[in-house]
Each structure stands twice: as C-alpha cells, then as structure tokens.
Design a binder for this molecule. Structure first.
Ligand code: ADP
Ligand code: TRP
Length: 318
C-alpha cells in the first residue's frame, strides 16, 4: 500500500497545522513501508508570489517537518518543483479534466472570495494535485477534511483517464482523520494564518508567549468558576495533554483557576510539548535538509518517470 501526502508551504507553521495535519500525517505515514511526502511549492505559488517569502516558507517547511519527526529513512521526502514530471502530468490530465468539475471546487471559490487572484493556476490547482497523487500510484492519501474534495477530484480524473486511454492510473482513496480537531485560534475562530490568530510552532519564545497571553476570554472574575468546554485556553491546552491530565486541568478551571494563571500553565505545557521539537529544529542544518531533499527527489523521479513512460505511451506520445 502506497501512502502519499503533501503540505503547501504558504505561511508560518502553527498549532492548527500541527494538530490538524502534521501529527495525523506523521502517525499515518509511520504505518506504511512505502510512503511519499512532499512540500507542494508549485501549489504555494498560486498564493505566495514574493520570491523571498516563498524561499523562506519552503525552508521553514522542510526544517519544521524534519524537526517534527518526518523521517527520510521511512518516507521519500522532497520538493514538488524538483520533480518536473508533476507539471508534465498536470498538462496531460488537464486535457481530460472537465471545466465543470473544477468549477465545483469549494477551495477555489473560497480562495477567490478571500482575495487571491483567480489565475489559471489557481483554477487548475486540483489537477496539479491529481498529478501529484497519480504520478506515484498512491493508494491512500491522508488529508484534512478541507482536502477531501481535491482527492475525490483526483479519483474522478484518474477514472476519466483510464476510460479514455486504458488502465494506467491507480485510483486513490482519501483517508480523513475524523477525530482530528479543528484547533481554535487565539480569537476563537478556526486558527488560520489568514485570520492572524495563530500560535506559531517555531517562532521566537517571545512571540509564542505574546500569542498565548492574547487569547480571548470572557469577563468572568478571577475566582469565578470557569467553563473549560467554552474556554479557548483550555481547548488549546487539552491538545497537549493526556486524558488524565486534561480532566485534572478541567477541574481546576471549574474551581476558579484565573485566566492569567491558565495562560501561564498553557505556555508551560507548550514548552514541554514542543520544546524538544523546537530544539531539534535548531540543530538541523540547511546542508542536511538539502541532502534529504536531493535523495528524495532522486527516488521520487525514478518512480515518476516510470509512470510518465506509461502515460506517454498510452496517450500516443511514444
Ligand atoms: P491556514 O488555514 O493557516 O491557511 P492551511 O490551509 O495551509 O492553513 O493548512 C494546512 C493544513 O493544516 C490543512 O490541511 C488543514 O487540515 C490543517 N489545518 C490548518 N488549520 C487548522 C486548524 N485550525 N485546525 C485543524 N487543522 C488545521
Ligand atoms: N492542497 C494540499 C493542502 O493545501 C496540499 C497538497 C498538494 C496535497 N498536493 C497534494 C495533499 C497531494 C495531498 C496529496 O493541504
């Protein structure tokens, strides 16, 4: 069983990314002997069009993912743009992808509403994602709920291609972590870089503290009982705790833990939970990361070239 997933390097990594995507991906990739994971920098170009920023986000992504435990011994890890077969397959697939299918993409509509320019690239985003998946014959694609539709589109496109040209592409299946929580941001909306309400994974300690101290609370007095179920501080804190610890903390809230204290405790847990990962991030050199990416791209290209040979033959380009 081949497992494949990817992340778009389009901003500073935050707790929502960690608990909603990195952690479940790590757990899932660890279960397979044959997994691919890449940094979808070509996808990021649809929204990040400042070269210095894109360079920084790519670098942050590879260092962050390696620090978080993505292991090049277990998975093929690479930059999407360093395997040119992705864009070649994108073109061929685009010739069998119905415009109507792409017009139904929810994420396209949402991004345009948010103000990202409606470029051809943004519209074709799901076709590139289909190429990413089909190039490696992936059976399972673990993703967040927001990406389910894109993987279903990859299925539709694979089926269309196979109907037209013969049974060449593996039809993939999305794997959705149903129990993956939506992590609230410091203002109570979904944590997202586009809302400016994030707690960073790797930012400076000062920056982390400032974000945590800025979590919005209700106006209960210091000693009033607090409701952990509605408190954003608790909702974030419990993600870093075991069941028993979370229950004990909830009890403290109900006995009147002041919000200021609750935030200090959260900061402490954050440091305990993410401290080792943050330290590891500091010890990984760019040279080391480059080595992982070079080796990864080599392996990925060898798999991708095999698929492309079959695809070219199937459509009549050989
Ligand atoms: P952002 O919302 O900050 O732009 P992305 O869309 O780049 O984040 O998210 C990358 C992945 O991280 C997505 O697949 C999504 O599943 C996950 N993710 C992002 N924010 C959250 C959140 N607040 N809660 C749970 N998962 C999240
Ligand atoms: N679009 C995905 C996201 O924003 C990233 C991605 C690109 C991806 N290619 C993929 C995910 C292939 C899974 C498989 O999170």
């Amino acid at each position: 069983m081949r497992v494949l997933s990817a992340m778009q390097p389009s901003g500073q990594l935050h707790l929502g990314n960690y608990f909603g995507s990195m952690k479940p991906n790590l757990d899932f990739l660890a279960q397979s002997e044959d997994s691919y994971f890449f940094i979808a920098d070509l996808h990021a170009l649809t929204s990040v069009q400042d070269p210095a920023l894109l360079r920084q986000y790519r670098e942050d992504a590879i260092l962050g993912y390696l620090a978080a435990g993505f292991d090049p011994e277990k998975a093929v890890i690479f930059y999407q743009s360093e395997v040119p077969e992705h864009t070649e397959l994108l073109w061929i697939l685009s010739t069998v992808s119905p415009v109507g299918l792409l017009e139904r993409a929810v994420s396209y509509k949402e991004k345009v509403e948010k103000g990202i320019s409606a470029s051809v690239g943004l519209f074709a985003y799901p076709v590139l994602q289909a190429a990413d998946i089909l190039l490696y014959g992936a059976d399972k694609v673990p993703v967040g709920k927001d990406q389910k539709q894109h993987v279903e589109m990859a299925r539709d496109i694979a089926i269309k291609f196979n109907n037209q040209f013969g049974d060449v592409l593996t039809v993939p299946e999305p794997v959705i972590g149903e129990d993956v929580a939506v992590v609230p941001g410091i203002d109570g909306q979904k944590m997202s870089k586009s809302y400016g309400n994030t707690i960073p994974l790797f930012g400076e300690e000062k920056e982390v503290k400032k974000a945590i101290m800025g979590i919005v609370t209700d106006s209960k007095e210091k000693d009033d009982p607090k409701d952990p179920e509605t408190c954003i501080i608790y909702q974030i804190h419990r993600l870093m705790l075991g069941k028993k610890e979370a229950l004990a903390l909830a009890k403290e809230y109900r006995s009147g833990l002041p919000y200021g204290e609750a935030k200090k405790k959260l900061f402490q847990s954050y440091m305990e939970f993410f401290g080792p990962m943050r330290q590891r991030r500091e010890t990984i050199s760019l040279k080391e990361a480059r080595h992982v990416l070079d080796e990864g791209a080599k392996k990925a290209r060898s798999a991708a070239q095999k698929t492309m040979e079959e695809v070219r033959r199937a459509v009549g380009l050989r």
